[in-house]
Design a protein around this ligand. Structure first.
Ligand SMILES: O=C(O)CCC(=O)C(=O)O
Ligand SMILES: [Fe+2]
Length: 257
């Protein structure tokens, strides 16, 4: 692919990407519009940022096409609760040199270099610009080929990311729901295991307050950031959706410390 195709702009495109919520500035029609960022305080030092229009519509499709065709996607076999499963989505892993190797669910993905996929470095730059102080050095890519592909409830709480990892997630293509739910507290887990409050543990563990669950629709070109203690205290998932027929590509930037 030629570099020109991927000379991507970050500014707003009024034709492809109308944004009725932002009033144009008649004094300076070319001024870059501030992008909307929603901050959700999850409590106890956990936080989510959501920027639905992070990358413009057309640039996002250019990235989607590049990644769909050029990333060496695989569907590895992973271990979940001592059982082997084919991971229910395609993945690939990129990391800077000299870092601790990532191992998750008994699987050690091959680490490709950023230099092999220059557009990923451009997206990384865009992410660094909206998140001052961030310095990501690895990236897990996911490709969901349709509504049957998913990621189950988990936290990205591997030791190599440290106690308060910041994870920046960029989505292209089919929009999918991204769910967060609070992990049961340690004391609730003990009670639930012993069943000492008269209810079956399964039933009780499903009771969540509204503030203990959140849903975000991750649109084409959006950015979602989890930070603080989100990985310690919360689980997240992208569930199956029968109606999601087309492909979604997701990039999760992380920092290995
Ligand atoms: O696809 C997504 O939005 C989330 C992916 C994810 O949670 C992960 O790769 O750890
Ligand atoms: Fe995750």
């Amino acid at each position: 692919m030629s570099d020109n195709i991927l000379k991507l702009r970050t500014e707003h495109n009024p034709v492809n990407d109308p944004d009725p919520g932002t009033v144009p500035d008649p004094e300076n029609a070319t001024a870059e519009k501030p992008k909307k960022m929603v901050v959700v305080d999850l409590g106890n030092g956990s936080e989510v940022l959501h920027m639905p229009r992070f990358i413009s519509y057309q640039d996002s499709w250019n990235y989607f096409d590049y990644l769909d065709k050029n990333i060496p996607w695989t569907r590895p076999t992973i271990r979940v609760f001592a059982r082997l499963h084919v991971q229910p989505r395609d993945t690939c892993y990129i990391a800077s040199e000299g870092l601790t190797q990532l191992v998750y669910s008994g699987h050690q993905p091959h680490a490709y270099s950023w230099n092999e996929f220059p557009p990923l470095k451009d997206i990384l730059d865009l992410v660094h610009r909206v998140l001052p102080g961030s310095n990501f050095n690895s990236l897990l890519l996911n490709r969901y080929k349709g509504g049957n592909d998913y990621v189950g409830w988990h936290a990205d709480d591997e030791k190599l990311y440290g106690p308060t990892p910041e994870i920046a997630s960029v989505s292209f293509g089919c929009e999918r729901d991204f769910l967060l739910k609070k992990k049961p507290s340690k004391s609730a887990q003990v009670k639930s295991a012993t069943g000492n409050e008269g209810e079956p543990p399964r039933k009780r563990s499903k009771k969540l307050n509204n503030s203990d669950q959140h849903a975000f629709l991750l649109k084409h070109g959006s950015l979602l950031v989890m930070r603080g203690y989100t990985q310690r205290d919360w689980l997240h998932s992208v569930p199956k959706r029968v109606k999601a027929e087309s492909v979604r590509i997701n990039l999760t930037f992380r920092r290995i410390i």
